[in-house]
Design a protein around this ligand. Structure first.
Ligand code: B12
Length: 214
């Protein structure tokens, strides 16, 4: 069934992909497993794009399908609901030069579901906006998404800007998204990398002194 979902997304069959998602949820398949299949599908779409088998319209369409799937599974994702005391404040954004927001929005949703307060700066966020928000929002953590190889430099430049403003020790910084890997942590001067939205939650809980398995 997982493969069927992947194939439906890659074939841009939105109706089928949404139906399979609903069927999988009805069968009790974990929403995180569905998300993993979606990431696999997006990698396949991405590689077809690289090989010039797909073009920009397919990237856009796959993004639209994934957004709709996310809406269906959001209510089913694991969360520690409740209006309890917030565990910490996080400023989050996709770095400048980059407008990918699907992964970012899933991470923010998971953080909020796990009782973190998140300020979403959006996409293509200039260095100054990150710096300003650290001053005004005084977050515990800064999260940055980036999906293009060129955004490794945007992450590095943003963190340099934060250091130059004398604010680097005020926040823990986590990075992630599409092409980002563990190696970029040192390159950009961040504190940690996360591969999935759940990794972001685990990191945030660990940094705020919470129990990771809570
Ligand atoms: C959909 C898509 C688009 C859509 C985006 C729609 C949207 N609203 O986001 C559109 C059509 C706009 C787009 C545009 C472009 N795209 Co595009 N896109 C994709 C695609 C197919 C899927 C991305 C996606 O949504 N994945 C699904 C999500 C759920 O997964 P995720 O992003 O990895 O997020 C998860 C984790 O990474 C993690 N995470 C994410 N952020 C963070 C942050 C932290 C702190 C942590 C801990 C974790 C974390 O949690 C998320 C959930 O688990 C990827 C292919 C790929 N393999 O990713 C290409 C891809 C990213 N795009 C690519 C390119 C080249 C482009 C364009 C330059 C194309 C063009 N010629 O115009 C433009 C760039 C525009 C810009 N300036 O940003 C390339 C980048 C190549 C590179 N190495 O730089 C890719 C890799 C495709 C490819 N293989 O060639 N794209």
């Amino acid at each position: 069934m997982g493969r069927e979902l992947i194939d439906a997304i890659v074939a841009m069959d939105d109706k089928k992909a949404l139906q399979i998602t609903q069927d999988l949820l009805d069968q009790g398949v974990a929403p995180n497993k569905i998300l993993t299949d979606c990431q696999t599908a997006m990698e396949e779409v991405g590689s077809k794009f690289e090989k010039c088998e797909y073009f920009l319209p397919e990237l856009i369409m796959s993004g639209e399908i994934l957004k709709q799937i996310t809406e269906i599974i959001k209510p089913e994702l694991d969360s520690t609901t409740g209006n309890g005391k917030k565990k910490g404040k996080i400023v989050f954004g996709t770095v400048f030069g980059d407008i990918h927001d699907i992964g970012k929005d899933i991470v923010i949703f998971m953080l909020e579901s796990n009782n973190f307060e998140v300020v979403d700066l959006g996409v293509d966020v200039p260095i100054e906006k990150f710096v300003e928000s650290i001053k005004t929002e005084a977050p515990d953590i800064l999260g940055m998404s980036g999906f293009l190889t060129k955004t490794f430099d945007a992450m590095k430049d943003t963190i340099s800007g934060i250091s130059e403003a004398g604010l680097r020790n005020n926040v823990k910084i986590m990075i992630g998204g599409g092409t980002v890997t563990e190696d970029i942590v040192d390159y950009a001067g961040a504190d940690a990398f996360g591969e999935t939205a759940m990794d972001a939650v685990t990191l945030a809980k660990a940094w705020m002194g919470g129990n990771k398995n809570e």
